[in-house]
Design a protein around this ligand. Structure first.
Ligand SMILES: NC(=O)c1ccc[n+]([C@@H]2O[C@H](COP(=O)([O-])OP(=O)(O)OC[C@H]3O[C@@H](n4cnc5c(N)ncnc54)[C@H](O)[C@@H]3O)[C@@H](O)[C@H]2O)c1
Length: 292
């Protein structure tokens, strides 16, 4: 539980937004999930409810805790409804112009004291914050997927982020049960700087016949003590997401280790995106992307 109950608004009810909304609601904050699409909002709230129910059925939360967390969560499509927010967490599409525009619109809606967190895997926090008249309160946050389960959040300061905003953001994240690391506003931050070339290496090893999907996963889990193998992880993340993140980092860093291997392009073209489509490196009976 957090020291103080806050009003939290999460923009974008997709993979990350729905997960982050669960994190905030479970920590006792009144949480609004906002999407421009009614359908996306409904799906996001269903995913959040499903996750909380599953957590209760697995004994990770009591039924009462799951019910209380769900009661903290409401859905909205109107930006004006976010006015009371103390913390706004932006998790819309990875599109610089969209994120900049949204931050500009938020300036007219939220209070001067509110913090703004922007979620991005490949964009510059400084560039996103340039869309706001208050770049001092904009902080980059990079959650690991699934955000409901993974505790690490990378915190990146833009060029004009104030030290107070960073401190308050890390306190907020501590309060919702996350562990933070401070990173520079550089492509890939810390985690993707290591993870993406490593995953691409595993895919190239598969393409070159060093092992099978199963044997490479077993080797990594057994020898490196990762909780899951690279292909299990890529199926959770989604091959389309991996392809886009790899390509955007490659374009910025000009380092071939970041370039998506041809197998990724073929799988994405075939719609074999991982758990969410029922088929990726493995096949799945149900299409849930986490908690299955
Ligand atoms: N998926 C991941 O593994 C992952 C991990 C870390 C960070 N991220 C970053 O998080 C952000 C969100 O990624 P995602 O995978 O959740 O995307 P997503 O495509 O699953 O969801 C994005 C949502 O934003 C909504 N949206 C678009 N414009 C909006 C607006 N103006 N207001 C409110 N909602 C709006 C869309 O309708 C959609 O529901 C991206 O910037 C991404 O780079 C993603």
């Amino acid at each position: 539980m957090t020291a103080r109950e806050l009003a939290v608004a999460v923009l974008g009810a997709g993979t990350m937004g729905a997960g982050i909304a669960v994190v905030a609601a479970r920590a006792g904050h009144r949480t609004i999930l906002r999407d421009v699409s009614e359908d996306a909002l409904e799906r996001g709230l269903e995913n959040a409810s499903g996750f909380l129910e599953k957590s209760a059925s697995l004994g990770k939360l009591t039924a009462e805790e799951a019910r209380a967390a769900r009661a903290n969560l409401t859905g909205r499509t109107d930006l004006a409804d976010l006015a009371p927010a103390d913390v706004v967490i932006e998790a819309v599409f990875e599109d610089l112009a969209l994120k900049q525009r949204l931050l500009g619109e938020l300036d007219d809606v939220i209070s001067d004291d509110a913090l703004v967190h922007t979620n991005t895997s490949t964009l510059s926090v400084t560039a996103i914050a340039a869309g706001s008249r208050r770049p001092d309160r904009v902080v980059g946050t990079h959650y690991c997927n699934p955000a409901q389960l993974m505790t690490l959040v990378e915190v990146a300061e833009g060029r004009h982020t104030s030290p107070q905003a960073t401190t308050r953001s890390r306190e907020f994240l501590d309060g919702v049960g996350k562990t933070t690391v401070l990173t520079k506003d550089r492509p890939g931050f810390i985690v993707n700087r290591f993870l993406i070339p490593w995953e691409n290496n595993c895919i190239r090893a598969l393409e070159e016949g060093h092992g099978t999907v199963e044997s490479i996963d077993r080797a990594v889990v057994g020898a490196l003590r990762h909780p899951m193998g690279p292909f299990q992880l890529l199926d959770v993340v989604g091959l389309d997401v991996h392809q886009a993140v790899s390509m955007r980092l490659y374009e910025q860093l000009h380092d071939p280790r970041f370039a998506p291997p041809p197998l990724v392009d073929r799988m994405a073209a075939a719609g074999d995106l991982g758990r969410k489509t029922g088929r990726g490196f493995y096949t799945y009976d149900n299409r849930r992307s986490f908690g299955a």
